[in-house]
Design a protein around this ligand. Structure first.
Ligand SMILES: [Zn+2]
Length: 391
């Protein structure tokens, strides 16, 4: 059997939605269901062909069937009120008790993808605590769920069922999006919570409840400091990963995507503190509109990560999705260029690392030892504290 290729490339999830796709998801004009599906399938074929042509190894459908990466919960369950903000972004609030609505909505996205690509396929699901932060309001939600955490717990069985269906549909990777967990790096955000570490631990516990015992699929968690919001010029959250590392080490998943192009993410020495059985989806491509990193810049970020991580543990991806919500105004051609550069960086690195041979690999290992990488830590070491076991 041939060795797996080094530095596989991926997207985080969403791709910019062209005007035609935005019209489709917003029913402009309303179409008969069969017609809608036919046109959206044509759009998704384009999204996948674009990623393949750019040289991306793990593809998504760009999340084009969804109004937003988190709003998809309203497809899976009843109990939500939907609306649109003045800037065109969709919002979803919980107003009633959750009940299964269309289990398999995300799994259907996967099944279609599997018919049009031979690449590995990634499906994304929102994390329960993230949904709690965005969709529970003291004004609208207390009748159904007096406390935010009650709603968060109610999301778990819905998401867990979908995860199983996504696995059964043949996705190679299921990614739980939890940018909210990442915000506990920010002193301003931490100050808003009476006990920020308890809140972060709760977020992790809820992800673990979703994935517990679900085998046969690579499980990932996506972390970022609301890179999508940052791209819209909203508040930039500061702080390196240090404060949340103990929480991340309790996640019962195989893969973490972590953004690293923004200066506020801090340096990569935090990898020393992470469990060594995590594969890292290195956020090495800036998603800020108008900023297109060269392949050389992207490759330099990966080389930096390889000082702390075995190259076999590194995969490449942008910091975040390109357009997490359908209101985002981002050029699809620009996203395509960024993905081309990502793939080009991976090709450069593969050649470089293949050419290194055992001697240079040994040098890297020596560096990592000198850098005091703790290594050899696995989830088992955290099992007692996290109450979990490896998935
Ligand atoms: Zn993100």
């Amino acid at each position: 059997m041939s060795k797996p290729q080094l530095f596989p490339t991926s997207v985080v999830g969403s791709l910019p939605r062209p005007a035609f796709v935005l019209d489709l998801i917003n029913d402009r004009p309303p179409l008969a269901p069969e017609r809608y599906v036919c046109e959206m399938e044509a759009a998704v074929r384009f999204a996948v062909a674009m990623q393949e042509h750019a040289g991306i190894d793990v593809v998504t459908d760009g999340e084009w069937w969804r109004k937003s990466y988190i709003g998809v919960i309203a497809e899976l369950a009843h109990g939500f009120e939907l609306g649109t903000l003045p800037d065109g972004r969709p919002f979803t609030l919980v107003t009633g008790k959750l009940a299964p609505k269309t289990p398999g909505f995300i799994a259907r996205e996967v099944r279609f993808l599997k018919t049009i690509t031979r690449k590995q396929v990634k499906a994304t699901l929102p994390s329960p605590a993230l949904l709690g932060e965005r969709m529970w309001s003291a004004e609208k939600s207390t009748k159904a769920y007096p406390k935010r955490d009650d709603f968060v717990r109610a999301c778990v069985p819905i998401l867990r069922r979908e995860l199983e269906l996504v696995r059964d549909a043949g996705a190679e990777i299921a990614q739980i999006d939890d940018p909210h967990l990442c915000l506990f790096v920010d002193p301003d955000v931490r100050a808003q919570y009476p006990d920020p570490d308890a809140a972060a631990a709760f977020a992790v516990e809820m992800v673990n409840e979703v994935v517990r015992g679900v085998g046969g699929i690579k499980l990932a968690v996506h972390l970022c400091r609301r890179a999508g919001g940052r791209a819209r010029g909203e508040h930039a959250h500061g702080g390196g990963y240090g404060p949340i590392i103990p929480h991340l080490n309790r996640l019962m998943v195989h893969h973490l995507t972590m953004e690293f192009t923004a200066p506020q993410t801090g340096d990569m020495t935090v990898f020393r503190e992470l469990r060594e059985d995590f594969e890292i989806g290195l956020g090495c491509v800036d998603v800020t509109p108008g900023r297109i990193d060269s392949a050389a810049t992207i490759a330099a970020r990966v080389r930096q990560a390889a000082r702390f991580l075995a190259p076999e543990r590194i995969t490449l991806n942008p910091d975040c999705g390109f357009a997490p919500g359908s209101g985002a105004v981002v050029s699809i051609d620009e996203a395509y260029r960024k993905l081309c550069h990502e793939a080009e960086a991976a090709r450069m690195l593969r050649e470089e690392f293949a050419g290194l041979g055992g001697k240079a690999r040994g040098k890297i290992r020596k560096f990592r030892r000198a850098a005091n990488c703790r290594g050899r830590q696995t989830l088992a070491a955290y099992g007692a504290a996290g109450g979990g076991q490896a998935p």
